[in-house]
Design a protein around this ligand. Structure first.
Ligand code: NZQ
Ligand code: ZN
Length: 387
């Protein structure tokens, strides 16, 4: 394993009643003016919004409403939030939703404290923000694990880049699995696959040998798969939902990355695909993973074979590593179909011309931890295999 320093600052409240438990415990530290940030309206339909507003106003807070954060949040929306936070002198950002709301708020939190444009500050000047409006997260949709870290994925619609920003690290997160009961089934499965993807992309990073981080990782992958199968038959199974909410946090709280340089090549391709097509993150990953892994397995057959044996129960007797690895990838693809997730961009209802696929291949980040640093022509080839 590589040397590491591990620090984990997010306080997690998990289980039944976690939202109220977190709000009661954290209310005193929120200051007077709280920005309540949310997405397109599900929080209003489910009653979460009304409940939170009641709690905040009963505690004497002034509530600043920041709604309408869209899936795959835009840079423009982050700037709108930052301007509002500055104007209203917000003391705390209470972020309620899934990855899109959290990511937008992480950037709002940092941008509101900066005089310069955060894109120039981070991407052109290579600087990292150091002051933030404190924020907390109430998870209504799991999968991204975005409540566990300070990374944000934001789409700049002008430049067609869905890129990473460093924003605020949430001070705390409330994970009440019951809040996810209302998530549409396909969206929940997409999120759960995102968790599996985070595990796989961490496992296939380097170094690729036997180590404790990977042992934990493979156990979580098995858990995700088992519980996704339960949810496929019974999407109101609270015990399975709970496991998946915790898996989602475990995949992104840094534990699976300890001592490793992660891969995340599937994510880089999906992010750029999403920047051009505005499609769903987890579903895009479901399409890309098998195609990508068929290209990568020959570069790290032993690591892929171990994954095939231990996660997908491939019988390795008398077979070489690459054969075992490819059987594992076939099982992954079968599983994706069985979970009702798309196995091609066409099934996702998304269409991209050759010209667009070239633009995606030419602009996506090529990662260092990947089994093989891909050529852009290979990314294009992988994208065509996803059609
Ligand atoms: O917008 P509303 O009306 O709230 O509806 C949302 C949205 O349409 C709905 N939803 C959420 N909770 C619900 C619910 N509907 C009913 N009941 C509930 N309880 O779900 C839809 C999708 O929400 P979204 O937040 O977009 O989904 P997700 O959590 O999958 O987030 C995706 C974003 O996170 C980024 C992705 O790239 C994408 O932009 N990621 C962030 C990561 C991070 N910061 O660590 C890691 C990931 O790899 C990922 O890249
Ligand atoms: Zn993801």
């Amino acid at each position: 394993m590589n040397s590491f320093t591990y620090d984990y600052p997010v306080r997690n409240y998990f289980g039944e009643g976690a939202m109220d438990q977190a709000l009661d415990a954290e209310m005193g530290a929120m200051g007077k003016t709280v920005m309540l940030a949310y997405g397109g309206g599900s929080v209003k339909r489910t009653g979460v919004y009304g409940h939170v507003v009641d709690k905040l106003t009963s505690a004497g807070k002034r509530v600043v409403d920041f709604g309408g954060i869209m899936p795959n949040p835009t840079y423009e929306k982050c700037q709108e939030g930052a301007a509002l936070a500055r104007k209203e002198q917000v003391d705390f950002i209470l972020s309620v939703g899934g990855g899109s709301v959290f990511d937008c708020c992480k950037v709002v939190s940092a941008q509101a404290m900066l005089d310069e444009d955060i894109e120039t500050f981070e991407h052109a000047d290579g600087k990292m923000p150091s002051s933030f409006i404190p924020m907390g997260c109430i998870v209504t949709l799991s999968g991204t694990g975005a409540e566990q870290n300070n990374g944000a994925v934001i789409t700049n619609e002008e430049t067609h880049v869905k890129g990473a920003y460093l924003g605020a690290m949430p001070m705390w997160a409330a994970l009440d699995p019951a809040l996810t009961l209302t998530v549409p089934h396909a969206q929940f499965m997409s999120g759960a696959f995102d968790t599996l993807s985070h595990c796989m992309e961490s496992y296939f990073g380097s170094p690729r040998g036997r180590n404790v981080t990977d042992d934990i990782n493979l156990a979580i992958q098995r858990n995700v798969i088992r519980n996704m199968r339960i949810i496929a038959d019974d999407n109101q199974n609270l015990e399975a939902l709970s496991e998946l909410v915790y898996d989602s946090a475990m995949a992104e709280n840094g534990v699976l990355k300890i001592g490793k340089s992660t891969d995340f090549q599937a994510h880089m391709i999906q992010h750029q695909y999403g920047a051009y097509t505005h499609t769903n993150h987890g579903m895009g990953l479901a399409v890309i993973h098998p195609a990508l892994y068929r290209h990568l397995a020959p570069e790290a057959p032993a690591q892929f074979a171990r994954w095939a044996r231990e996660v997908w129960d491939v019988d390795a007797k008398g077979k070489d590593d690459l054969t075992v690895a490819l059987e594992g990838i076939d099982r992954l693809q079968t599983f994706i179909g069985e979970m009702g997730l798309p196995t091609s961009f066409a099934e996702m209802g998304s269409d991209a011309s050759d010209e667009t696929l070239h633009k995606i291949a030419d602009t996506c980040v090529l990662t260092g931890g990947c089994a093989k640093k891909l050529e852009r022509s290979e990314v294009f080839q992988i994208l065509t295999e996803c059609l």
